[in-house]
Design a protein around this ligand. Sequence first.
Ligand code: HEC
Ligand code: HEC
Length: 231
Amino acid sequence: MVGGLSIAVALVATAIGPPALAADLEAGRRKAEPCAACHGRDGNATIPGTPSLAGQPVYFTHWQLIKYRDGRRKDPVMAPFAAILSDADMADLSAYYAAQRPKRRPAVTDPARVAAGRPLADLHHCTSCHRPGLVGQEQAARLAGQDFDYLLRLLRAFKARTASDLDGTMTVATQPLTDDEIDAEGAGLAGAGRRPQRVYCALAARGSLSRTRRRASCRAMMRRRCRVVKV
Ligand code: HEC
Ligand code: HEC
């Protein structure tokens, strides 16, 4: 996958999209019962290192489940649960979790690091895909209020090129981050509240993508919901 990074980002919103199935929220609630022990009944997990699913965009959750099922995302805990899900199960579960109200996970970090992390999310144009307020959209995850240990683990793995993101987008996005910045960034995300921030799209921020690619991928991700502040 890493070898294909250069073209990967431009493909984000064009080549992929989960199957469009009519979802059934009530069926989703029932199907989520085996998941509750780890992810919480309403998708708000309390176990450190286990991600909350409440409020995640439908497409994001659906894609992660497909990736666990087909082995592109490897996790010994999740694999057996995803293996037995049909596409319709995944659609129902994703719709159910998207409809649940996310609760912020307890902050485990000091306020100074949270404050240091916030501007980095803009500087590294995380907010252009994950939305101002980091609430997620389409196949980009909701990050606001997510578990700190989980965020840190994923960011480190993306940077080390060992996490299997769908199209290499996150592997690219994390390359410019230093280890200290990843710590601060994780703290900033975990501490981010629900209040929307300024609509912001820092396309001109330094990064590893060419300017044209940043513009193309950001435009695709934002689907015109982004007011381009700097290009
Ligand atoms: C025994 C505990 C456990 C159970 C039960 C469980 N999960 Fe998970 N789940 C995890 C852990 C741990 C992770 C993080 C794994 C990783 O790092 O890839 C995870 C990750 C996920 C993710 C990715 C979230 C993200 O933000 O990337 C989704 C989606 C998910 N689980 C859905 C489900 C669904 C749906 C069920 C029930 C059918 C379920 N899980 C059952 C422990 C569990
Ligand atoms: C060009 C769009 C884009 C940019 C820029 C971007 N992301 Fe992402 N991010 C995504 C997508 C898409 C995913 C889902 C990847 C997958 O698993 O396939 C994701 C996933 C993640 C995840 C995993 C969440 C989970 O619950 O599994 C984290 C953490 C994350 N991004 C943090 C960041 C941070 C921090 C930045 C800025 C340094 C950033 N992202 C920049 C698109 C982007």
